[in-house]
Ligand binder design. Structure first.
Ligand code: ZN
Length: 146
């Protein structure tokens, strides 16, 4: 999935648990569960990264972090929410490592990570719908509405 749904699911987990020793592993595990849910794209091939893909990834990250800044402003659970968000995106950090140091780095982990990914092609509408629904559900949990 995109970074924003990963960040917000981790944040939702952080908002529900009071123990960082629970928040960190559950949030990290949520990453692989979300990657397995049918969705469009969200998997980067660092070998042939195009400028528009970089801009899309940056926009996605800025959106997710902006939402987190908004949600944690004056929120007493801010630290656990940020911990959950960080741990939820941590399994994708090998992409950054590969961009910086070469696509052959961390290849074994990259192959393992790909095994969790939903791989079938989807329409843009249904592929984005699962991600938007994930974001909305997470927001409802964090805001205490759901
Ligand atoms: Zn992933």
């Amino acid at each position: 999935m995109l970074t924003t749904p990963h960040l917000l699911v981790g944040a939702a987990i952080g908002s529900q648990f009071h123990n960082p020793m629970m928040v960190a592993p559950i949030s990290a595990a949520s990453h692989f569960v979300l990657d397995g849910i049918p969705h469009l794209g969200g998997f980067i091939e660092v070998e042939d990264l195009e400028k528009k893909e970089v801009l899309f990834v940056l926009g996605d990250v800025v959106l997710g972090l902006g939402l987190l800044l908004f949600l944690t402003n004056n929120n007493p659970a801010a630290e656990l929410i940020w911990l959950g968000a960080f741990c939820a995106v941590l399994p994708d950090f090998h992409h950054t490592f590969q961009v910086l140091f070469g696509p052959d780095k961390l290849k074994k982990y990259d192959n393992l990570h790909k095994k969790f990914h939903y791989k079938k092609p989807m329409s843009i509408l249904s592929g984005m719908a699962t991600q938007v629904a994930t974001v909305i559900l997470s927001l409802l949990v964090i805001l205490g509405i759901f």
